[in-house]
Write a protein that binds this ligand. Structure first.
Ligand SMILES: Nc1nc2c(ncn2[C@@H]2O[C@H](COP(=O)(O)OP(=O)(O)OP(=O)(O)O)[C@@H](O)[C@H]2O)c(=O)[nH]1
Ligand SMILES: [Mg+2]
Ligand SMILES: [Zn+2]
Length: 301
């Protein structure tokens, strides 16, 4: 049977859409346990069946896999990423907690995070959103202000960031991920929807993670749209990975008296000293403690 390597462009639970090198997309089913772990962005080996189907035989080694997990299950977002675009907006209001968690996952996976503050065309709430993002700017995260409604300006602004790279759009529902995708890749024609529409608040417009090609004149690159999330568990991270997820805490850890300091109650802790002097953001340290506690308890949330 003929085998070929393809790129997973969409994952629907038990079946996958795989793009072959000639650009055709095949419906594929995984054969065997190892193939079931495929994620969007993976390169996979496919045995071709007819002209439209195939079986995934193996997943090729990946650079990284980005996912979240609570005590009972984990959710894969995508593999082989260069960067993550964390999309927030003034309306509906974004959650600091969820943004902070996604940032921890990005840092601990060693994937560069950017924050996109979208909908800056709205007057209400933008100044407040900027203020809430300041602690992230302070630790070196790049925040880009965009309006997905200004299509040409958005393309010009994001082209240098996205061209030639694989980026994941990530964020809560209704922040404008799919609207941004449509601005950058018009032929995506992804569905978008107001948050408080007939379906009711809290409904997700995008239901599956999907990979799109950036314009050829950009020199390639991929943009991956994902469904909005309402929770972001980090159960798969060890304590030291959680520490690594907070660069401002990890940077001070070598100065703590104890090499295994957890930066909570220990004497001689450089992190607690910095916290007392307001050199570390209290909200960020509280999130760090919350994640440690949740993981110790193996809680669901
Ligand atoms: N004013 C304004 N509205 C925007 C902007 N970007 C998106 N919207 C609107 O915000 C709403 C939600 O946009 P979507 O793109 O569907 O949001 P999403 O993040 O993909 O949501 P999920 O797929 O549910 O995760 C839609 O009504 C968009 O028209 C923007 O820059 N400015
Ligand atoms: Mg969407
Ligand atoms: Zn310490």
């Amino acid at each position: 049977m003929t085998r070929a390597v393809g790129l997973v462009v969409a994952a629907y639970g038990r079946h996958f859409q795989v793009e072959m090198s000639d650009g055709t997309v095949r419906q594929c089913y995984p054969r065997g346990k190892r193939a079931q772990a495929a994620a969007v962005g993976d390169r996979v080996e496919v045995s071709l069946q007819g002209s439209t189907e195939g079986a995934i035989e193996a997943v090729q080694p990946r650079r990284n896999l980005f996912f979240r997990s609570d005590a009972t299950r984990s959710k894969q977002f995508a593999a082989n990423l260069d960067q993550i675009l964390l999309v927030v907006a003034p309306v509906p209001q974004f959650s600091d907690d969820l943004l902070g968690r996604a940032l921890v996952a990005a840092h601990s996976a060693d994937v560069t995070p950017f924050v996109l503050l979208n909908k800056v065309d709205l007057l209400d709430g933008v100044a407040e959103a900027r203020e809430r993002l300041q602690p992230l700017v302070d630790i070196g995260v790049t925040v880009l202000e965009v309006s997905a409604l200004r299509v040409e300006a958005t393309r010009e602004q994001l082209r240098p960031v996205l061209a030639g790279r694989t980026s994941l759009l990530l964020g809560q529902s209704a922040m404008g991920k799919s609207t941004l995708l449509n601005a950058l890749v018009p032929e995506a024609e992804a569905a978008t929807q107001e948050h408080s529409s007939a379906l009711g608040a809290g409904r997700h417009t995008t239901t599956h993670t999907r990979l799109y090609h950036l314009p050829a004149e950009w020199g390639g690159g991929h943009l991956i749209d994902s469904p909005g999330f309402q929770g972001f568990g980090l159960q798969h991270l060890s304590d030291s990975q959680i520490e690594h997820g907070f660069p401002e805490i990890a940077a001070l850890a070598p100065q703590c008296r104890f090499h295994n300091c957890r930066h909570r109650h220990e004497p001689g802790c450089a992190v607690l000293d910095a916290l007392a002097k307001n050199e570390i953001n209290a909200g960020r340290h509280a999130l760090y403690e919350r994640i440690l506690d949740e993981n110790a308890a193996g809680e669901r949330y």
